[in-house]
Ligand binder design. Sequence first.
Ligand code: ZN
Length: 368
Amino acid sequence: MPTKIDSSPLYVGRFAPSPSGQLHFGSLVTALASYLDARHHNGQWLVRMEDIDATRCLPGVDSDILHTLECHDLHWDGTVLYQQQQHARYQAKLDNLLAEKSAYFCACTRKQIKANGGHDNHYCRELGLTAQAVSESAPNTRGLAIRLKLDCHLSAFDDGIMGRVDKTGAISAAHSISPDLTSSSFAEAGQHRVKSNSNSNSNSNSDDGSISASEATPLSTVPEDVVIKRSDGLFAYNFVVALDDEYQGVTDIIRGSDLLDVTPLQYAIYRSLGCSVPRYGHIPVAAVSQGRKLSKQNHAAPINNKNALENIVHGLSFLGQGNYHANEFENVTQLLTMAISRWDRKLVPKIAEIIVGEHESTYYSHPL
Ligand SMILES: [Zn+2]
């Protein structure tokens, strides 16, 4: 029997794509897992467009993404939140943080930070630059970043799918092998891989624009004070995502395991902002080869909306939910109804990535 979350009667999940490219098999699987988990727990399921970095967004892609979700009967609750329309709320929070001295201006240049081997939290904190002083001494305040004080330690956490995850984001060895690897029903999973050492990941920028923990924090205990507004005036992804989760009452986040290594830092940010911390569950990412997840950069093929039933069957198999056969269902609604009732987090492979078939990427016909 699937287990129910009973620590809270309320469940609000979300899918938060970046409109920088159409959905591919990997992002559809993330949407599907988050949808099934929410509906299985009688929860709400929200969609948020993570378009905070407008330079990464392509016109019309948001509509394409929503259309693909609708074609797959993944219907969301409420209206879609666009981060680009939320600037006033972000700025109001930022002003409060500065006023209460929970955040501060940082005048360090990249060069200085590099020379120090990282940002020295105490240096700019103690400078006590204020908006007024900054504007008087340096009229171009756009040149200064704003950092959030993080006085808590990075810590291990219990992931709703992967089990125990340490403070570097590595899956505990005891949980890192799927018990069902050899009999995996995912027909095209030629290989499975356990993430060997997430710390060695030097480029973990994800599709959704999140930051790399290895870049942002030393792997020691107290993290570097995180930049929440960049020197170019852009709000940082990990700041707005916490504010949006709080604003939308998100309680549960199901997302790809490529974000595991930033999760301990994200916990610290939620706490420092005074936001309630959601529960996380991470699923394997779809990869074209070891360490190369399906992404726009890896030429992931866009989802074909005409094959919705087959796509969902394929996704359920990837998520370890068993063998469904498209010809046994009249439509996607019927399939999803059954998949919601049978959804079981424990069946999701506890591994970082699963290699998918070559047809999921145009990489093979158009080498990088
Ligand atoms: Zn500084």
